[in-house]
Design a protein around this ligand. Sequence first.
Ligand SMILES: *Cc1c(COP(=O)(O)O)cnc(C)c1O
Length: 393
Amino acid sequence: MKFEVDERGYYGQFGGAYIPEMLYPNIEQLRDNYLKIIYEPEFQAEFNDLLKNYVGRPTPLYLAKRLSEKYRATIYLKREDLCHTGAHKINNTIGQILVAKRLGKKKIIAETGAGQHGVATATVCALMGMECIVYMGKLDMDRQRPNVERMRILGTKVVPALSGNMTLKDATNEAMRHWINHPTDTHYIIGSVVGPHPYPDMVARFQSVISEEIKKQLQEEIGNPYPDYVFACVGGGSNAAGAFYHFLNDEHVQLIGVEAAGKGVDSGESAATTALGKPGVLHGSKTLLMQTEDGQVVEPYSISAGLDYPGIGPLHAHLFDVGRVQFVSATDDEAMNAGIELSRLEGIIPAIETAHAIAALDKIELSAEDVVVINLSGRGDKDLETYIRWGKY
Ligand SMILES: *Cc1c(COP(=O)(O)O)cnc(C)c1O
């Protein structure tokens, strides 16, 4: 495959494993075993059974008639919002906990910003009876109280990160430190296509079930597995990687990644990495990164907690670099309006992350024959407070 990671863990100039020496053994063990493990027939059988009976896959590919009418194209919604726990993230956490079991690990750690990945991790740890610690910035814990309590109900220990700004970056540092100190019995579940090799590739493979299903469903629906466009929002890029994966080599399928422009790309308050970023190292890989002249990571901003990330995964940095994926961005206001619009037209209240992908319908010139698939990465229940505070509905 043309866009596959190479032996050294790179996608073009991006990727790799920039980690402290103390983490080499953990990363090497994972790197040397992940492909062998996930393509064993027994692993595949267990993974697919859980996706079907626990997560609720395949998720529907729904023809959104009223949305199609409004934008004068044929628009399908891939309903990841109907997954157990309300978003695509569980596809990955199920995959990784099965890998952890086969590596003989007894404990799981994770870090979380908004709490969505923490909840998906806590869920699979309860399912497998594994001990789980989630690191979360103290500030994020205060902002995302319901998710903290969800994790606790599920039996996970949530540990506040008290250093730095007390947000995601600090939680990541704490998780790394924990992993260095407990290398043999603990697996670290990363929640997006970010981090050192082999995480981006492993997570993309687990999420690729999304595009695998889209192809089958479109074949059944319209007699052709290829849409003209696939739209997905991009935080770290895992739902987009999953929705794009099986179309990457089919260059007639146009892939649209949608980033958060926050208060505007040039406002100084955004998370539009491809528009503003430069190559740099973040969370163990070389990628595009929002940074100052002297390389300090810029604090990102978006109304949506899941897109509020200063980088993108190295696969996406490469796909942007070579022009395979077109990146656009949507502001807070555009996304909120699109979220309300989808609610009114289709009776589906999307996650605010997902609403950014809907907002991009206004930014791409579509023609009447076009078949468009939008990856509906998650549902809006978790964002009710934000919708209420925004108030314009
Ligand atoms: C976490 C999250 C995202 C952003 O993460 P990606 O890795 O870019 O997919 C998008 N949508 C929802 C609903 C999320 O929970």
